[in-house]
Write a protein that binds this ligand. Sequence first.
Ligand code: SAM
Length: 336
Amino acid sequence: MSFAGSSMIDPFGRSISYLRVSVTDRCDFRCTYCMAEDMAFLPKKDLLSLEELDRLCTVFIEKGVKKLRLTGGEPLVRKNIMHLVRQLSRHLESGALEELTLTTNGSQLARFARELADCGVKRINVSLDTLDPEKFRTITRWGDLSKVMAGIEAAEAAGLKIKINAVALKGFNDAELPEMLRWAHGRGMDLTVIETMPMGEIDADRTDQYLPLSQLRADLERRFTLTDIPYKTGGPARYVEVAETGGRMGFITPLTHNFCESCNRVRLTCTGMLYMCLGQNDDADLRAPLRASEGNELLSNAIDEAIGRKPKGHDFIIDRRTSRPAVARHMSVTGG
Ligand code: SAM
């Protein structure tokens, strides 16, 4: 049974057209603000198979999802991930899906960039917080910047449009961000900065790392001319144009400016849990209805019920009095 033509509208009238799928909770990096060093990962047997992920995504597409982002963990470390990408690309060909994209740390891009482009992926987000190899190793705990750079080059050569995402971290990369901006724009890439969100226990104190982007913007405005523009990519970033570089810069501000009023997203984990909000704990189990029958009716009903519970928004706080994370799960569970 197909659910084509129906659409998912939440209780606040927001239409849900964007699905982010965390295909694995595993990652080849351990970014200090994202994960603890000794993370316990899910047993492989708990993961949905690639076929199950495809079936779930397909039902979402039939129910009105137009943009699908694969994330993680690191999506490109999931075994046979390109099989899923290739399967999903049929929805691009049919026109049911407008965009298939992914968020990656870039470490495996040299291997996969060409095939991604071949499958109809046009744009990707590469997460990169510093251009300094030593600092890169420190923040990722064991990442190799040269591999990421090779990945970016391979993606450029394959014709993929790249957006660099950097988490703004006080005392770590704030002084470097002007240089990163020039570097990204010099290569024709957008740069988006993100406020660190209180998700999951990490080994550091988030209060020390938190840099409000209102402050970063004020600092940047001493050197650059930033003009707000209405550009949108379907996500939460607000964009400015930078006169001196001719490039675009995005700001994702979950803390200083809540952007929930226009939220069009839900998030699926690799075990089939649906999170209706990145910053809330409520979830819906889609694995049970997926496995309960071969048809998709139970699944579709479970999705409708979950969308009916999508909350108005998140309420992240980072201050000295609020030491516990807003949500217990790490970003690697639901992805960026
Ligand atoms: N491994 C992929 C990558 O590195 O892009 C995808 C998953 S990663 C969890 C997605 C994004 O979330 C990355 O840009 C990462 O920097 C960001 N991120 C992780 N933890 C975060 C946090 N606590 N606050 C804000 N952004 C975070």
